[in-house]
Design a protein around this ligand. Structure first.
Ligand code: UT7
Length: 327
């Protein structure tokens, strides 16, 4: 059985920096409130007309270049996003068109903040069972157009940002690369963090009186579950790999809230020094947050070959997922 190894990473964030104070144009809020509650200082917003596939292109190009893989050699694309260009088809189809990729399977998955780790697991399985040799996994989000910029939207609106990350996963005779992945869902909490409309339960699906177009989040409930599930799934990955928490070089938590990562680190008995954080710069980029962190960590020299890392994510669904990887 081949190993599944991440051979290239890339990321892209739009140029426009939106500082906490800039959000005062829409909301009754402050830099102090946002930073203390979430750890966010700023995020990026892309201009209207840009979709997740557009944001993904520079990230994918970097990942392919770093892997030394030509786009014609890809066997599959897995694209995780909760903010696709349209109802259907998925963002992966647009990426395939815009990058002129071969007519390979281009699969969208909708696992929200856990989407990238789910995508990695799909890539891992296709590679380990021998069906494919090179899979591109993308997490990309255009969230800014979905945010409620009216005064009522402040609790959710200050948290999210746009961006994209990508990795190339390849079959290899030398590993271990991706040691294991672990996936979970608990749909009974689906309505605690969701965008309920437009909904196919209604006719017409889109009407002038839609009230659920913007993300709704029961913040405190989501926070509690996020700490427990991200910790649990990190421990699950550690146990499966046979690693003690302190022998891991880096933890890459989904960037939802600095306090969530800090609570999780505390409960595992680790310092935040081992947690790679980008939330202060980019806010919560949902499916893009972990691949952006991986790519940045590789570029700034923090993440090195042979290091042991744990990815752990939690989000709408509820969904949660983790991975143990030797880089
Ligand atoms: O990626 C998916 C997973 N997402 C998450 O994991 C997010 C989880 N939740 C959270 O991170 C936190 O619940 C938040 C950061 C969203 C909110 O923090 P909180 O400590 O739970 O605050 P809260 O919602 O209870 O609000 C506290 C107060 C309220 O005022 P009162 O009722 O105490 O007078 C809010 O109205 O803060 C007020 N508030 C704000 N004030 C200034 C809410 N949003 C804002 C704001 N600026 N943007």
């Amino acid at each position: 059985m081949p190993y599944a190894v991440i051979t290239g990473t890339g990321h892209y964030v739009p140029e426009k920096v939106v500082k906490n104070d800039d959000l005062k144009a829409f909301y009754d809020t402050s830099d102090e409130w946002i930073y203390e509650r979430s750890g966010i200082r700023e995020r990026r917003f892309a201009p209207e007309g840009v979709g997740p596939a557009d944001l993904a292109i520079p990230a994918v190009k970097q990942a392919l270049e770093r892997a030394g893989v030509d786009k014609t050699a890809l066997d599959m694309v897995v694209f995780a996003t909760l903010s696709p260009e349209c109802w259907f088809p998925g963002s992966a189809c647009f990426l395939q068109e815009k990058m002129d990729l071969p007519t390979i399977p281009a699969l969208d998955i909708r696992m929200q903040c856990s989407g990238f780790v789910y995508g990695l697991s799909i890539a891992e399985q296709y590679i380990k069972n021998g069906m494919y040799r090179r899979v591109l996994v993308v997490g990309a989000e255009m969230q800014s157009t979905s945010l409620d910029l009216s005064p009522e939207g402040r609790t959710v609106g200050v948290l999210f940002g746009d961006g994209a990350g990508a990795v190339v996963v390849e079959a290899s005779q030398t590993g271990p690369g991706i040691v294991s992945t672990h996936l979970h869902t608990q749909g009974k909490y689906a309505r605690e963090l969701w965008i309920p409309e437009p909904s196919s339960l209604k006719r017409p699906k889109v009407s002038p009186d839609l009230k659920g177009l913007y993300p709704y989040m029961n913040g405190k409930e989501v926070f509690k579950h996020a700490v427990v599930r991200m910790k649990e799934s990190a421990l699950e990955a550690l146990e499966s790999a046979g690693w003690a928490p302190e022998e891991v070089d880096w933890y890459f938590p989904h960037q939802a809230n600095y306090r969530i990562a800090a609570a999780m680190a505390d409960q595992i008995g680790l310092s935040m020094d081992k947690f790679y954080m980008t939330i202060h710069k980019y806010g919560n980029t949902t499916a893009a947050s972990i691949p952006i962190s991986l790519s940045e960590a590789e570029r700034d020299g923090s993440l090195k070959k042979g290091q042991k890392i744990i990815l752990t994510a939690f989000g709408s669904g509820f969904t949660w997922a983790s991975a143990a990887i030797v880089w």
